[in-house]
Design a protein around this ligand. Structure first.
Ligand SMILES: Cc1cn([C@H]2C[C@H](O)[C@@H](COP(=O)(O)OP(=O)(O)O[C@H]3O[C@H](C)C(=O)[C@H](O)[C@H]3O)O2)c(=O)[nH]c1=O
Length: 182
């Protein structure tokens, strides 16, 4: 397992060790002991999610308020996405900053996004399937969002042109109107 720091210290990139042979490959996509040693604390994942999207789909930016805030371990098992985390923790030195990472079936990278972040991704391949673990259950009444193109955040999405968003995501509030994590 190789771990890569990002510009936001608590957001980490994991590169699992890949065992290739003439049949294909094997890798451990999650190992609790290894993961907790890297993260430095107990982490309990309670839900696995799987979504499939076509090119230009942008899902996000989403988060859940406490007590249902979710840490996420995200990987792309088909195609490629540009995955973004935004720090909503008001006491954080990186409050209001974002980090973007390309995750793909080819690079097999995973991104660990702790509780207190908004999350979203843009599909850059023809099709992408994302598989991610969350540290809390889905709680729609506690779900909030931020507009993907918020000018304060200034996220540098890699594609141009029309993105495919849900009606919910087209109507997400701007940064200046959201609730933050204490
Ligand atoms: C997130 C979620 C959704 N659903 C149901 C609710 C809707 O009927 C349907 C699609 O939900 P939604 O449009 O919110 O899906 P995404 O736009 O992919 O939302 C996700 O996108 C970003 C990238 C995230 O990080 C979150 O996991 C999540 O907010 O699945 C569930 O039943 N359980 C769930 O955990």
């Amino acid at each position: 397992m190789n771990v890569i720091q990002t510009t936001i210290p608590d957001v980490l990139i994991f590169e699992p060790k890949v065992f290739g042979d003439e049949r294909g490959f094997f890798l451990e996509s999650y190992n609790q002991k290894t993961f907790e040693k890297v993260v430095g604390r107990k982490v309990e994942f309670v839900q696995d999610n799987h979504s499939k999207s076509s090119k230009g789909v942008l899902r996000g930016l989403h988060y859940q308020l406490p007590p249902y805030s979710q840490g996420k371990l995200v990987q792309c098992v088909v195609g490629e996405i540009f995955d973004v985390a935004v720090d909503l923790r008001q006491t954080s030195p990186s409050f209001g900053r974002w980090v973007g990472v390309n995750l793909s079936a080819q690079n097999k990278r995973q991104i660990w996004i702790p509780e207190g972040f908004a999350h979203g991704f843009l599909v850059v391949s023809d099709v992408a399937e994302c598989f991610y673990k969350t540290t809390n259950y889905y709680a729609p009444e506690f779900e909030r969002g931020i507009r993907w193109d918020d000018p304060t955040l200034g996220i540098d999405w890699p594609l141009s042109g029309q993105f495919n968003l849900s009606e919910k995501d087209k109507a997400q509030p701007l940064w200046n109107n959201i609730h933050f994590f204490e």
